[in-house]
Design a protein around this ligand. Structure first.
Ligand SMILES: C[S@@+](CC[C@H](N)C(=O)[O-])C[C@H]1O[C@@H](n2cnc3c(N)ncnc32)[C@H](O)[C@@H]1O
Length: 240
């Protein structure tokens, strides 16, 4: 008897508030036998696991997958392959797997590496992507402001590796989103100060979660101890 392969669903679960998952994502999440997610660190649950915790059923298998926070390509590749093989074990038995991902699965997400590796190792794999709410959009709503209007040029910097990069972007864009800012905040602050943009910048920690904090107007905040889940929006040319 030929068993039909299971499908790997990449489900975007949004930036924190469990109600920001889409109806489609929730429907699929509730029906799959296996729910996978990036494992948390130091024994804590991962962020996406916590976001969907409320929706999971007792009979669903929970599959934490290890994605190390390192730059080394060989280590990363090995981890992606192992994660893909763990998922494949279920797909090969005909069981669907939902990989839940914080924010949107196509926006700087681990899901991309998992899906690409799975498709390389097992080209017959079936993969479906369910979009959702990404952090810059959720952050703009949390601040009660649009992210962009009219013909604003939007730039997103997923991480800042040298400060010149920021200077170049500020010359070009009307609105800049800076992600993964916790370790480089003081350098960013100095550049924004030189350009007199501190008033037009906002930092948001853990947008849409109960612990959300918004720092609007950064003039008196040259240092901030920020968590990993924080980002900055800079309105370079305020248009309204
Ligand atoms: C690897 S990226 C993941 C992005 C995610 N897939 C999305 O759609 O937003 C992680 C970065 O996204 C930003 N981020 C994600 N969720 C956030 C939240 N709830 N509040 C503030 N920043 C968030 C932070 O800058 C964090 O360092």
């Amino acid at each position: 008897m030929v068993v039909q392969l299971g499908t790997l669903y990449g489900i975007s679960v949004g930036p924190g508030d469990p109600e920001l998952i889409t109806l489609k994502g929730l429907r699929i999440l509730k029906k799959v036998p296996v729910v996978a997610f990036p494992a948390g660190s130091h024994g804590k649950p991962g962020i996406s696991q916590s976001i969907v915790g409320h929706w999971l059923q007792k009979y669903q298998i929970q599959l934490p997958l290890n994605f190390p926070y390192v730059q080394d390509r060989v280590t990363l590749r090995r981890a992606w392959q192992q994660a893909a093989e763990e998922v494949w074990q279920y797909l090969d038995l005909g069981q669907d797997v939902a990989f839940v991902c914080e924010g949107d699965i196509s926006f700087y997400s681990t899901f991309t590496y998992l899906a690409q590796t799975l498709e390389q190792l097992h080209p017959q794999s079936l993969v479906q992507r369910i979009p959702g709410v990404c952090s810059p959009l959720a952050t703009a709503s949390a601040c009660g402001e649009p992210l962009t209007v009219r013909s604003d040029r939007l730039a997103v910097l997923p991480a800042l590796y040298n400060i010149e990069e920021l200077e170049t972007i500020l010359d070009w864009a009307d609105v800049v989103v800076l992600m993964k800012v916790s370790s480089v905040y003081p350098q960013i602050w100095k550049v924004l100060q030189q350009r007199q943009l501190l008033e037009n910048a906002v930092v948001v920690e853990r947008a849409t979660l109960p612990e959300q904090i918004i720092y609007a107007d950064l003039r008196d905040r040259p240092t901030l101890k920020l968590p990993y889940f924080s980002l900055i929006i800079v309105k370079v040319t305020p248009s309204i």
